[in-house]
Design a protein around this ligand. Structure first.
Ligand code: CDP
Ligand code: CDP
Length: 196
């Protein structure tokens, strides 16, 4: 079975949490595509060369979850050659036998426009910044400013900007628990699997 679930949306909307739960529930492979950009940003130096030479060990670094790594990721993610270098790996992953969930910014629009299920997971900037602050701590106002800055950079870049695919289902998690958000996403997948 080839079955792709594309999960896109802004920072700390809950994409990764929902994707992991869906992958476990439906027995699908999961790829957090943000990790690819975080790893390229963290390598420093020539970002295009880093993207072309990305290795599994680069994705295992422990420092990829920080706010700084997120900011560096979104800067290198605006470089078209960096994005191009990462496309084939993501497409192959998306169309692997057995099915896959990929979360990121451009999965439903660029990487896998033919995905059987497309979710656009969102929440207000304040809710998302609060979630991120619970994870990383520090100055809450600064976390909110960084979330907004990254959203703006991701939405306004020329290549693969963050936006819902025309056929994506919107899931606003501002007032939803993780369990409720996963249940809504799972119901959508069930219905598409039955129709497939
Ligand atoms: O992948 P993305 O940056 O979109 O978000 P995440 O890494 O899944 O993190 C979102 C954080 O918000 C996690 O700590 C979740 O426990 C929490 N959360 C959520 O994901 N979904 C909700 N409906 C409520 C809270
Ligand atoms: O977990 P969070 O949503 O905070 O960030 P992430 O998914 O790890 O993504 C980090 C950055 O990588 C984003 O702000 C985007 O600039 C970039 N990214 C992208 O351009 N395309 C993707 N498919 C995934 C991430």
């Amino acid at each position: 079975m080839i079955f792709t679930v594309a999960v896109d949306g802004p920072a700390a909307a809950g994409k990764g949490t929902i994707s992991k739960a869906l992958a476990a529930r439906f027995g699908l492979a999961h790829l957090d595509t943000g990790l690819l950009y975080r790893a390229v940003g963290a390598k420093g130096g020539d970002a295009v060369a880093a993207a072309r030479g990305l290795e599994p060990a680069d994705l295992a670094r422990g420092d990829l979850r920080s706010l700084e790594a997120g900011a560096a990721a979104s800067r290198v993610a605006a470089i078209p050659e960096v994005r191009a270098a990462l496309v084939a790996f993501q497409r192959d992953f998306a169309r692997r036998e057995g099915g896959a969930v990929l979360d990121g910014r451009d999965i439903g629009t660029v990487i896998c426009p033919e995905a059987e299920v497309k979710l656009f997971v969102t929440a207000s900037p304040e809710v998302r910044a609060h979630r991120r602050w619970l994870e990383v701590g520090g100055d809450a106002a600064q976390v909110l400013a960084e979330v907004k800055e990254r959203d703006a950079r991701d939405m306004n870049r020329a290549d693969a900007p963050l936006k819902p695919a025309p056929d994506a289902v919107l899931l606003d998690t501002s007032d939803l628990s993780v369990e409720a958000a996963v249940a809504q996403a799972a119901a959508l997948i069930e219905s598409r699997l039955q129709g497939a």
